[in-house]
Design a protein around this ligand. Structure first.
Ligand code: NI
Length: 169
């Protein structure tokens, strides 16, 4: 396993659409293992392949309980359907530095994806779990959580980021 470099906004790869995965091999498992390790090292609770510069439809989502060893699930070619309800909740992103904001998401969703053998997985997700999946699936479509905010809020973040990046030089 290896920790990969997490790319941050405005890296162009974060704006690209990831391609569907069609080959289910050892390399795919390795990619997922690296993504899990990278996510926990950050630390974060979800990661999409775009964030490490890989344009393939794969995400990892933390599912560990408080008192448990870290555990995550891998979703390949995930598709969200049957969104229900709307809840505003605080979000951040490993690719959007030094910023958090309230984003509205479906409270409940249905998720269809594939496992490492290319077999279908189907389940319902709610609340925090549903929020993370929606956030990560957005990444696969080149979308960031700041895209859900008003143009004004997004503009303020861009200004703030400019300052942060300038001070880093
Ligand atoms: Ni993110």
């Amino acid at each position: 396993m290896a920790i990969r470099k997490i790319l941050t906004y405005p890296a162009p790869v974060l704006r690209k659409k990831a391609r569907k995965i069609t080959v289910f091999d050892e390399e795919l498992r390795q990619l997922a293992a690296d993504m899990g390790e990278t996510m926990y090292d950050a630390p974060g609770v979800g990661l999409a392949a775009n964030q490490i510069g890989v344009l393939r439809q794969i995400i990892v989502v933390d599912v560990s309980r408080d008192d448990e060893k870290k555990k995550f699930i891998t979703l390949i070619n995930p598709v969200i359907s049957d969104g229900e309800g709307s809840v505003a909740g605080e979000e951040g992103c490993l690719s959007v530095i030094e910023y958090e904001a309230k984003v509205k998401r479906f409270q409940k969703i249905h998720v269809s994806a594939l496992d490492f053998d290319g077999n279908p997985i189907n389940f319902d997700a709610e609340d925090r779990f549903a929020r993370i999946i929606q956030h990560e699936v957005d990444h696969l479509h080149g979308k960031l959580f700041i895209d859900h905010l008003s143009a004004l809020k997004r503009g303020l973040y861009k200004k703030k980021l400019k300052k942060i990046l300038k001070n880093r030089l």
